[in-house]
Design a protein around this ligand. Structure first.
Ligand SMILES: [Zn+2]
Ligand SMILES: [Zn+2]
Length: 398
């Protein structure tokens, strides 16, 4: 691939992880950021983008996402994967971790191989770059399966996950901490330097502490499909016990993520998570499914063949009286977080870019606007809508 031509984005407000720089420019050469600030030397023959006073932001990074535009990463075809990558680039995501649901062993294997195939032949025009796969389902607790298909849930099997970990495709690994074999799963994921997470779990403090010692450092979608003091009283009786919530809030090295679509969590819960964990330990995720950018209707969550059904009302997914994951993009999550909590704009963007990059080990390559990093850049309007998406120095037209 020939390196993309030089690009200069000028007359914008640059969003850094800790501050804004007004009336600034950013230069990309050879697909990387080579200069930024108020006074930069223009390369010759550069394509010029006038930001007209709007924002220049790092591209977003989504560590928990199931699909979009009618496609789910579990559909098992490269075409479905590419459809979802393009949809998320429209919403400002430049690095993505396609996320498994529960499913048969064959479906999980097919998801991994289609993501590997798309990643290996990827070019920026195709949309968000696959930074790795998030193995999420199938190792969920039976009582916390949520909207995933119950038949695709199971307990960890070393034989099964050894095949997933045979190369470096899987970068995020989820398992409920209380399942038999969970600690061995965490140790195997730690050897591959994955971000290890506990999700869809009814674990107590003791199980979380053991998991932490085995390498677990993150909890999926805070307050959704996780244990609480009350759910543990139902599991163990009294005395009441501390849950995943207390463990995450009390442990500095633990990070978590929120679905900030405005429908899963109220503004005070979003603000509480931000104030307790801080922008360096809280990620924004979309957790969005195939109904993103699709009309309201009935859709399958997970595989198009046998995933569980849910209804999209055009705002969120719903099934059986509870929510069934989000249907909006990362731009929406970042805007809502900024407008409805005490998080300043640099912090709100950090939670959608640098923090997920740091937690997954890709921060030396991407996640912030910094000289030497990949030119994964967005131009956002003053109302924080995505105007342009640039991936590796190439503008993506979606
Ligand atoms: Zn979930
Ligand atoms: Zn999910």
């Amino acid at each position: 691939m020939t390196p993309p031509p030089a690009l200069i984005i000028e007359n914008g407000t640059i969003i850094l992880p800790d501050r804004l720089i007004e009336k600034a420019s950013l230069i990309c050469e050879g697909g990387r950021i080579t200069a930024l600030g108020k006074r930069v030397k223009r390369p010759l023959d550069a394509q010029i983008i006038d930001a007209r006073g709007s924002y220049i932001s790092p591209g977003f990074i989504d560590i928990h996402v199931h699909g979009g535009a009618g496609a789910d990463f579990m559909d098992g075809s490269a075409e479905a994967v590419r459809t979802a990558l393009k949809a998320h680039a429209r919403h400002g995501t430049t690095s993505i971790f396609p996320t498994t649901t529960t499913g048969s062993p064959e479906q999980i294997t097919a998801m991994l191989s289609t993501c590997r195939e798309v990643r290996d032949s990827w070019e920026p025009e195709q949309g968000a770059r696959i930074a790795g796969v998030h193995v999420y389902g199938p190792y969920f607790a039976e009582d916390k399966v949520g909207c995933h298909s119950q038949s695709g849930r199971r307990e960890p099997s070393a034989e099964e996950y050894a095949a997933w970990f045979r190369d470096d495709l899987v970068r995020i690994a989820t398992c409920a901490a209380e399942l038999p074999g969970a600690l061995d799963f965490y140790r195997a994921a730690k050897k591959k330097r994955c971000l290890i997470t506990c999700g869809h779990s009814n674990a107590n403090w003791a199980e979380m502490a053991q998991a932490f010692r085995a390498g677990m450092r993150h909890v999926d979608h805070f307050w959704c499909a996780m244990s609480s003091v009350v759910s543990l009283r139902n599991r163990f009786g009294t005395p009441m016990q501390a849950s995943m919530e207390q463990f995450v809030l009390a442990t500095a090295d633990m990070s978590t993520e929120v679905i900030a679509d405005g429908l899963h969590l109220s503004p005070e819960l979003l603000d509480f998570a931000f104030r307790m964990k801080g922008a360096a330990r809280l990620c924004l995720v979309t957790d969005s499914n195939r109904a993103l950018d699709m009309p309201p209707g009935r859709y399958r969550f997970g595989s198009a063949k046998d995933g569980s059904w849910f209804e999209s009302d055009g705002l969120v997914g719903r099934s059986g009286g509870s929510l069934a994951s989000a249907i909006v993009g990362m731009d929406h999550m970042m805007r809502h977080m900024h407008r409805s909590t005490s998080a300043a704009l640099p912090e709100s963007v950090r939670m959608a870019s640098l923090t997920p990059a740091e937690r997954t080990g890709i921060a030396s390559q991407t996640g912030s606007l910094e000289i030497g990093k990949r030119a994964d850049v967005l131009v956002l309007s003053k109302r924080l809508e995505v105007k342009r998406t640039i991936i590796g120095g190439v503008e993506v037209v979606c």
